[in-house]
Write a protein that binds this ligand. Structure first.
Ligand code: NDP
Length: 326
């Protein structure tokens, strides 16, 4: 028997989540069984713990879109018992049972070995949010980061916090956009050199181009904010579009693309090929200072998840949450 956060749906379509003790025979098919040590809380987890958001396929469901732990049994030659592994993406925690449990069974293809220099707790302090931040930084690097501060939106959230710390550690000036002025000291401690109030950049403008200000951008917000900041990018600069915390719309013009050569780069963490996930995890172990990571972390247990799920949907979680499932 092991503990898991089980989400059930009643006949009226209302979901409820509770920690239950269940047998291993209820685990889904897969070729690797992992003793999960840590998981975390992402925006998508908020949806899967609560309303489902069209992501959860079947109930009862175990959410948790990422986890780190130790291989218990494996039918795949790449993994053997005792190996430390990390899982992100592949619709685990949505279409498949996920990491909010003491055990998980998954496809070997979805795992990566834990990189040297990170333990399982640190890996989940990074989590999908941090992996995505690293993928976004790598995309900016591939297209060239221009002089001038790199803008990070949704900066006090999970993706934004890790992006801020990595970019600052790589020597870039970081302008952090936040709607929570009380997080300014926190963002400065992660390495932000400038705090931009959300309201300053969230309003729509009729001007398709404004002053050339930012040498790159990692955007977790989308919507009006992304539309506006495209017109503030330096000539040839790039924006990694990661999230939609502020909306899925994009009420923009093509002017920044065709007059300033601005690049809009889409970042997806879910279907990333193995080689890219491995490269990003190795870069995280090298380029994310662990003291900065610790400053972002709050600890939680399985029973804290129903509340944390609601909090993250309201944009009220600061930094990263590490869930100790044991
Ligand atoms: P968080 O909730 O931790 O962070 C989002 C942040 O966005 C908030 O902390 C807040 O930052 C800001 N924000 C919230 N609501 C609004 C709003 N209405 N307008 C403007 N800003 C707002 O989530 P994550 O960091 O985990 O994820 C961020 C986004 O990235 C989500 O949309 C998520 O779905 C997406 N994502 C995408 C992935 C991919 O593969 N592409 C992978 C992981 C996440 P502040 O208070 O500082 O303003």
């Amino acid at each position: 028997m092991f503990n898991a956060l089980i989400v059930e749906k009643d006949e009226e379509g209302k979901t409820s989540a509770s920690v239950q003790s269940i047998g291993e025979d209820r685990l889904p098919d897969g070729d690797v069984t992992v003793a999960v040590e840590y998981s975390t809380v992402n925006y998508k987890d908020g949806l899967c713990i609560g309303p489902g958001g069209g992501l959860v396929r079947n109930y009862p469901h175990v959410p948790g879109i990422d986890f780190a732990g130790t291989v218990e049994t494996s039918d795949d030659e790449r993994y053997k018992p005792g190996d430390k592994v990390v899982l992100t993406g592949w619709r685990v925690g949505e279409a498949h049972w996920g990491g909010y449990a003491q055990k998980a069974r998954v496809k070997a293809d979805w795992l990566v070995p834990l990189p040297d220099g990170l333990d399982t707790r640190q890996a989940m302090a990074v989590g999908t949010a941090g992996l995505t931040a690293m993928l976004a930084v790598m995309a900016l690097e591939d297209h060239g980061i221009k002089d001038g501060p790199v803008l990070v939106t949704g900066a006090a959230g999970g993706v934004g916090s890790v992006a801020t710390a990595i970019l600052a550690n790589l020597g870039h000036k970081v302008a952090a956009v936040t709607g929570r002025p009380e997080t300014a000291d926190y963002l400065t401690s992660l390495g932000a050199t400038q705090i931009v109030a959300r309201d300053e950049i969230n309003e729509t403008t009729k001007r398709p181009l404004e002053g050339e200000t930012w040498g790159g951008c990692i955007d977790a917000v989308g919507g009006d904010m992304l539309a506006r900041l495209l017109g503030q990018m330096k000539y040839g600069a790039s924006v990694s579009a990661v999230g939609l915390a502020g909306g899925a719309g994009l009420p923009a013009t093509v002017i920044p693309f065709i007059l300033r050569g601005v690049n809009l780069l889409g970042i997806d963490s879910v279907m990333q090929p193995y080689e890219n996930r491995l490269r990003a995890w190795q870069r995280i172990a090298k380029d994310l200072p662990m003291d900065k990571l610790e400053a972002m972390v709050q600890r939680a247990t399985l029973s804290d998840l129903p509340k944390l799920g609601k909090d993250i949907l309201k944009g009220q979680v600061k930094g990263r949450v590490v869930v100790d499932v044991n």
